[in-house]
Design a protein. Structure first.
Length: 513
């Protein structure tokens, strides 16, 4: 069998396996039904878990009794969905609205174009991986704008476009969780839900030093260090493995491809000038809030309250709205306030899947908690780990959780869906096994594992789209070949990023604030 035939068979097997995995919405709907069945079978079973003041006796509710069925229907729309976790869905959507203004104004694309023309070829991989990581501020923009622009940039420089696209893909997808900006959508999604997972089973939402955690910024310091590390590692992998493999490989430039598209037009140049001024204005406005009405104070109980930190998500959203609007109006993308509303609406249309996913996942999670089955699964898992003798080896627990999540990520796509599936079990479970496994540490480990293997799985929602982009320059490129191209990034990111997390833990470096 020839090499091409082996790669084709490999690609076919991966695609067949991928098609066997149901959509996360269907997965959560099935889990809801399964929870009902198991809770019905185990109804009345009691067990004991550790609590703040001793042992706590818990039980599994006989979920098919009338009062419990009534609870399911009475809470399905509001308490278990729209108001789940004190309105976490609303927090996610408001960030989505703000990012939509900047994205649809064309700000990200203009920034990429400007940077691309000023960076020497030797530093191009570093720039593309870094910009890919930063694009997690607006996930769709990273996949749909940066990756094709990276190919366009390399084609304009008469280099193999797949080199630039591979580097950009690594940054956008494998470095998805990292960023220099606090309170990004992944921060909000992971952090807010981690708080829910912890509090639902009595796990204190504090860091290793006992300080209360802010969901949106609890991993911020670790994410900043991760951004720097992954940009450097991604650039090294590109130079060491990808460029030698692809530099002399044949590629074609489509005849309809206008390499002049990479030049900034007059409107974009004007928009960037206005956006720079607007960024300074936005920072001044935010500073005014931080030192004015949102300044720290002590309440009647003598506790220090930090209103600015508690509202940092709204502050970040305000920044992107102001800067995005300035660019949009100056560049000509926006001509009236109606265009801003349309940008938000388009972004919400793209986020409609979040609404569908959260309806089923949040109702499943609410049922898991209400029935007592979630606490029971946590109890069983914790007892298994204790029996295995790993309680005194938190680093082994960390590595085991990272490898487990990274493997699951190959079969179940989506940061949201996996975190909603794994978080409710592992956040309390690992804490019960060893209190050093605080919610922020478990969340950081999840983010490392979830991101690192995104680029080598067909379950990642943009895998087919990225393959289509690459086929513009290499029409015969198979999915298996794309995975082999991206494999060095995945392995290098997983190893280096896990090592960084262990270093933060071992040296007791705060993960965030």
């Amino acid at each position: 069998m020839s090499e091409a035939q082996r790669q084709s068979d490999f690609s076919s097997r991966i695609e067949r396996w991928g098609r066997m995995i149901p959509d996360p919405v269907l997965l959560f709907a099935g889990m809801f039904v399964l929870t009902l069945v198991i809770a019905a079978l185990l109804g009345g079973h009691t067990f004991q878990t550790p609590g703040a003041s001793g042992t706590v006796t818990q039980s599994i509710k006989p979920i098919l009794e009338t009062e419990h069925i009534r609870w399911i229907f009475d809470n399905a729309l509001v308490a278990n969905w729209l108001a789940f976790g004190n309105g976490v869905l609303g927090v996610i959507l408001i960030v989505t609205l703000a990012i939509g203004v900047a994205e649809h104004a064309g700000l990200l694309g203009a920034l990429i174009k400007k940077a691309g023309r000023r960076v020497p070829l030797a530093y191009m991989p570093l720039m593309l991986v870094f910009l890919g990581i930063m694009s997690s501020l607006a996930t769709d923009a990273g996949y749909l704008i940066l990756i094709p622009l990276a190919g366009l940039l390399y084609a304009a420089l008469k280099q193999n476009p797949l080199i630039g696209m591979a580097a950009a893909f690594a940054g956008v997808s494998a470095g998805f969780s990292a960023n220099l900006i606090p309170a990004t959508p992944p921060d909000v999604i992971v952090g807010m839900n981690a708080k829910i997972f912890a509090e639902s089973q009595g796990v204190p939402f504090v860091d290793a030093a006992g300080n209360a955690l802010n969901p949106a910024t609890m991993n911020y310091y670790f994410m900043v260090a991760s951004t720097i590390l992954l940009a450097l590692v991604g650039a090294y992998v590109t130079r060491r493995f990808v460029i030698p493999k692809l530099a002399n490989s044949p590629f074609t430039v489509p005849p309809d491809l206008d390499l002049g598209e990479f030049e900034l037009d007059a409107g974009e140049r004007r928009g960037l000038l206005w956006a720079g001024g607007a960024a300074l204005l936005a920072l001044a406005v935010i500073a005014g809030f931080a030192y004015g009405p949102l300044a720290p104070y002590e309440n009647a109980q003598g506790q220090r309250v930090l209103p600015f930190v508690n509202n940092i998500i709204l502050m970040i959203s305000l920044f992107f709205v102001i800067v995005g609007m300035a660019f949009g109006f100056a560049s000509g993308r926006f001509s009236s306030a109606t265009d801003v509303v349309k940008a938000m609406s388009r972004q919400m249309s793209a986020a409609s899947y979040i609404l569908v996913l959260t309806f089923f996942s949040y109702n499943f999670l609410a049922l898991l908690t209400y029935s007592g089955l979630g606490a029971y699964i946590t109890y069983l898992g914790a007892q298994t780990l204790l029996a295995a003798g790993v309680a005194d080896y938190p680093i082994l627990l960390l590595i085991g959780f990272v490898l487990t999540t990274a493997t699951i990520n190959l079969f179940v796509g989506g940061l949201n869906s996996k975190w909603l599936l794994l978080g409710p079990l592992f956040v309390p479970m690992l804490y019960q096994v060893n209190p050093a496994m605080t919610p922020d540490l478990v969340a950081a480990a999840y983010r490392v594992a979830d991101s690192s293997t995104n680029i080598i799985t067909p379950m990642m929602s943009y895998a087919g789209i990225v393959l289509a982009f690459m086929r513009r320059y290499r029409p015969d490129l198979s999915f298996g070949e794309m995975i082999l191209m991206m494999m060095p990034y995945s392995i290098a990111f997983l190893l280096s990023w896990t090592t960084l997390l262990i270093a933060f833990f071992y040296f007791a470096i705060p993960l965030g604030f």
